[in-house]
Ligand binder design. Sequence first.
Ligand code: DAH
Length: 340
Amino acid sequence: MKLEIEKVVSEIEQFVITNTSELEAFRIRFLGSKGLVKDLYGLLKSVPNEEKKEAGQQVNELRAKAEEKYALLKEQLESADQSRDGADLSRPGEPSTIGARHPLSLVRSEIIEIFNRIGYTVSEGPEIEDDWHNFSALNFPPEHPARDMQDTFFIEKGEQEMALRTHTSSVQVRVMENAEPPIRTISPGRVYRNEAISARAHCFFHQVEGLYIDKDVSFADLKQTLLYFAKEMFGEKAKIRMRPSYFPFTEPSAEVDVSCSICNAEGCNVCKHTGWLEILGCGMVDPNVLEACGIDSKIYSGFAFGMGIERITQLKYRVNDLRLYSENDIRFLKQFTSGI
Ligand code: DAH
């Protein structure tokens, strides 16, 4: 009898559980109506009378031990449940929010698509640029006041003075230096200018440069290409007008306005009651630029244009504060979806 009791005691001591069904198995094995404790009480009958008292006490202690252990195991299981924050595992999952593409990136893609359709490739250049690509090759003579048109961030890279490019026109130089005409390419990218940040100016923004070089390219080709772009971007009713302007790298140069799609060119706050909105600068590539880039200006001619992506986005989505584009406010960003 003693031996039987000791066996059951050690089994109780070693019993471990990890879930409620194992807890129940413990209860059934030791404390159930057909459990081991009950069996031991049954065995008491066959114990000789003089030993009965002691054996009875031992079985009583055993039962108390089993009950104690049962209570302990139950408590452990319940507190483990709580440490999982009492999570309701049947609760439906939280929907994960899907990000939206940045409006500038949507408009950049749309501009690329529009020009892809008429055979323009995409080319890129570095944002840290040397004087040659940002200025000299583009016909800005040294010390020429035209360099002040763009407030430049200069930086030092080793011995050489470099600049954060002030426009993507630097990429047209790189393309012309490396490719044979015919060239038809656009260059989207980030540019930097030393300007105080406000609703209308920022120290960095984005441009798309366009370049077409071939034999017999004329101003009429430029005009028609930009009209095509305006209609694709702003709708079939869009019109353009060109105003004479000056850029060192084009001759003649023009600024291009598109008819205001907000008021149907009737006049509103956005177009300052003129019916027109300025969208880009352009012109015929100056022969000096062609020559600087190794292209024979007696054989080839071409046009170039440059537009601000923020400006086009502003007109498309009526966002009139440039700072919104770089503040990363999710309430602003989540409003834009593709398929505009
Ligand atoms: N680079 C000019 C700017 O940043 C924009 C520009 C004007 C680009 C005329 C051109 C162009 O290619 O022909 O203001």
